[in-house]
Design a protein around this ligand. Structure first.
Ligand SMILES: O=C(CO)COP(=O)(O)O
Length: 139
């Protein structure tokens, strides 16, 4: 599965802890992230991650483009609901595209736990059966 990892600044520590806790699951999948989030996770875990631009510089939109091309299977996006983001339209657009394309999306750690355990159990295998372009990124 192709998994995107994104966190706003005040949530980055939480996401690093989350990915570290579930590293044995994450390392079976192909990981993508916005720039700074990806760097933080790489430094902490050594996982291979395809990094895009930083969120405010277009990273959310790059991930959104992959959703629109049916190349993203799961999004974990720890949003900071208490801090205004200069690129709020990009954040909303990414979340909207998850709804348009029925892509599982966790915006907080509670939901992320459920999704990642479900991923391991095979609850998201239906993504593999969908027609369309499949991931062309190597793990
Ligand atoms: O701003 C972000 C998501 O909206 C995250 O971007 P960074 O991972 O580059 O900090």
């Amino acid at each position: 599965m192709n998994i995107a990892l994104i966190a706003h600044d005040k949530k980055k520590d939480d996401l690093v802890r989350f990915v570290t806790a579930y590293q044995p699951i994450f390392e079976k999948h192909t990981l993508f992230a916005t720039g700074t989030t990806g760097l933080r996770i790489q430094e902490a875990t050594g996982l291979a991650i395809h990094r895009f631009q930083s969120g405010p510089l277009g990273g959310d939109q790059e991930i959104g483009a992959l959703i629109a091309k049916n190349e993203m299977d799961l999004i974990i996006f720890f949003r900071d609901p208490l801090t205004a983001q200069p690129h709020e339209p990009d954040v909303s657009a990414l979340i909207r595209l998850c709804d348009v394309y029925h892509i599982p999306l966790a915006t907080n750690m509670g939901t992320a736990e459920v999704l990642i355990r479900g991923l391991e159990k095979g609850d998201i295998d239906w993504r593999s059966f969908l027609k369309g372009k499949r991931p062309k990124f190597e793990k």
